[in-house]
Design a protein around this ligand. Structure first.
Ligand SMILES: [Fe+2]
Length: 252
């Protein structure tokens, strides 16, 4: 790993096996002469191109942490996995799984920058969003969001998992930021109640971070790409309903 530039870098997350969205994002990052990338997990579980995504990521110089789906690929028996984890598991060999095994769950990039998948203490918890009893997604109250930072000395907290780009500022210049999802703009989940998460854009999402004298500057990026090959792969692995989310960012 070359020296990570903690004052100017890109944050990516939730690729979910979308190799073509990943390629578009990596090209966009390099076109801006940004060399340092941190990747917040859920890399390979998805119905599109898990093995190809693993090969792309393993060949690229970046820092990565493990998401809940990456952990499930290592911990759960194949027959008990969800269908997108099964597609990934069936395409991966021991070298890919070993690459996942060496990833930490959280990562401090510096004294100032803390990375996690969900929250610092859980790869399954939505940090900034809540789900109502009716399945509506809402932004949590600031004090509830702030609770998760207790005990961690950092001014920039990076998280993924909800696939929603969001920045929330806390007192003393602290920032929590989710770069959105590179490869999966929407999904349906039944935990804690049935709910739909949708970004509303089919573009591949990520974020750029820059340290300034006034605090953390951030830019949310949306990179359009051609999803047709990924849609065909999703169909051929038995996930035709992924077409709408990949093409539009909306979940029907
Ligand atoms: Fe996740």
């Amino acid at each position: 790993m070359s020296m990570f530039n903690t004052e100017h870098f890109a944050v990516i997350a939730d690729i979910h096996s979308n190799a073509d969205a990943l390629t578009a994002v990596l090209d966009d990052i390099s076109n801006q002469n940004v060399e340092s990338i941190v990747n917040l997990g859920d890399h390979l579980s998805g119905p599109m191109a898990p093995r190809e995504t693993a090969e792309l990521l393993m060949a690229h110089d970046m820092l990565s942490i493990c998401g809940n789906h990456d952990r499930w690929l290592l911990e759960i028996e194949r027959e008990d996995m969800g269908s997108i984890d099964q597609v990934a598991f069936d395409q991966l060999d021991e070298s890919h799984l070993n690459w996942l095994r060496q990833m930490p769950t959280t990562l401090a990039l510096s004294d100032e920058i803390f990375c996690c998948h969900g929250t610092p203490s859980s790869d399954m918890t939505y940090w900034m969003e809540g789900v109502s009893a009716e399945g509506e997604i809402f932004v949590k109250p600031r004090n509830e969001i702030e609770k998760e930072t207790v005990g961690i000395e950092a001014s920039l907290f990076l998280c993924g998992h909800t696939h929603l780009q969001r920045r929330v500022d806390l007192p003393e210049g602290r920032v929590i930021l989710n770069p959105g999802s590179v490869g999966c703009p929407g999904y349906i989940d039944d935990n804690p109640v049935h709910h739909v998460v949708q970004s509303g854009t089919g573009a591949a999402c990520y974020a750029l971070i820059e340290k300034t004298v006034h605090g953390w500057a951030s830019t949310f990026k949306h990179v359009p790409y051609d999803p047709s090959r990924m849609i065909e792969l999703a169909k051929s692995s038995g996930h035709p309903h992924w077409e709408e989310r990949l093409a539009t960012g909306w979940v029907g």
